[in-house]
Design a protein around this ligand. Structure first.
Ligand SMILES: Cc1ncc(COP(=O)(O)O)c(C=O)c1O
Length: 388
């Protein structure tokens, strides 16, 4: 009995794969510093946990509206309307178990067999995966290191063909930490309108930034009318294991999107949605202090990496990843990541896992304590200086 090539082609998650390898080493007595996994290391804030327990005790343990409970959709609409100075109606919001289903649903809504969907390389691997899963061709547009991984609008325009239907975006960006600015988004809007593209904008790191607040696609009316904009609770509120995200759709698209959710997951976990209402409506100082801690760690990690001969690293503007150029070290990124894990006890991800433009890079997630970051830097330096 064969499984379909569509499913066979789906890759496993590289960060989880490396994490499990590191866990295996720990089980055999090794001590590992984890810089591979992209999830905040802080506990979910108390008031959110209390709200979840209260919802459980109040019996919020049954199926609910596939689109999301109205209280949460309203809280999301209120947050986005206030933050982005746009009018978002709760009817245009759909709640999902994390962001990943939104990527699937968006690709399934935009693409027919033989169509093309664009993603930027390097990329969170789910982007090309969902495009291909939908039966389309995933077309990479390079983000080049020499341009600081910034959008090249000419390269984007050049990648579009008569079959292009979907453009995927991610800002702040995993793995580079780059952020699309106003002129980038204006250029994207010109192109999306000219070629009648649907836009799938992953803004999961929208609250994790170190200078100006990143712009959202939703602030640009020409994009708003053709974009599925998504964010969630995993990164902002340290809720990765709770599985909750949301999409904001152009008016009248929420129904089709909800049918995808209803047919695949029925609904998102009911009591978790009530905890998420508290996350949005409750105190936000937990987010501020988390980002301040990320900033301190980023500065120490980036400075430390730049002191190691053969490694250079720019300071990311958002998210919580350092994307270090290790081409000067003299061995391929995959081999370096392997040696760091096995010889140094530091788990990182090879940049090539994120696409061709990531070759020669390492992604280091600073979602671990400062003590661990300092330990990792010492170990990386030791491994790199021992190379022939
Ligand atoms: C760009 C991006 N999108 C989506 C996700 C997954 O988010 P969630 O856990 O909410 O499904 C991640 C997780 O690393 C990510 O980096």
């Amino acid at each position: 009995m064969d499984i379909t090539s569509r499913v066979d082609r789906l890759p496993s998650e590289s960060a989880i794969r490396t994490f499990l390898k590191a866990r295996g080493l720990e089980a055999s007595g090794r001590e590992i510093v984890h810089l591979e996994i992209g999830e905040p290391d802080f506990a979910t804030p108390d008031h959110i946990r209390v709200a979840a327990k209260k919802a459980l005790d109040n019996g919020q343990t049954h199926y609910c509206d596939s689109q999301g409970v109205p209280e949460l959709r309203q809280a999301i609409a209120d947050k986005v309307s206030a933050m982005r100075n746009v009018a978002v109606d709760q009817a245009d919001v759909v709640v999902t178990p994390g962001l990943r289903p939104i990527l699937f649903y968006g690709a399934l809504m935009a693409l027919e067999k033989g169509d093309e969907g664009i993603y930027f390389d390097p990329a969170f691997a789910a982007f090309p995966s969902v495009i291909e899963f939908a039966g389309a061709k995933a077309v990479p547009v390079p983000l080049r290191s020499e341009d600081g991984f910034r959008l090249d609008a000419d390269a984007l325009e050049a990648a579009i063909t008569a079959r292009t239907r979907l453009l995927t975006l991610n800002s702040p960006h995993n793995p580079t930490g780059a952020i699309l600015n106003t002129s980038d988004l204006e250029a994207i809007a010109d192109i999306a309108v000219a070629h009648d593209l649907m836009v799938l904008s992953d803004e999961t790191y929208e609250e994790i930034y170190y200078d100006d607040r990143p712009r959202s696609v939703i602030e640009f009316p020409r994009l708003r009318e053709r974009a599925i904009v998504m964010s969630g609770f995993s990164k902002t509120y340290c809720m990765t294991g709770w599985r909750l995200g949301y999409a904001i759709l152009p008016p009248r698209m929420a129904d089709a999107f909800t049918r995808l959710a209803a047919n695949s997951v029925t609904c998102s976990t009911t009591f978790v949605q009530y905890a998420a209402v508290e996350a949005l409506r409750g105190p936000q100082d937990c987010v501020v202090s988390m980002v301040e801690e990320f900033r301190r760690r980023r500065d120490v990690l980036v400075e430390g990496l730049n002191r190691i001969p053969g490694i250079t690293c720019h300071s990311p503007r958002g998210a919580f990843y350092a994307f270090a150029d290790v081409r000067g070290v003299g061995i391929p990124d995959t081999e370096l990541a392997n040696r760091l894990l096995h010889d140094g006890g530091v788990a990182t991800l090879a940049g090539s896992m994120f696409g061709e433009q990531g070759v020669g890079y390492l992604r280091l997630s600073y979602t671990t304590s400062m003590e661990n970051i300092l330990k990792a830097l010492e170990r990386i330096e030791r491994v790199v200086s021992s190379l022939p």
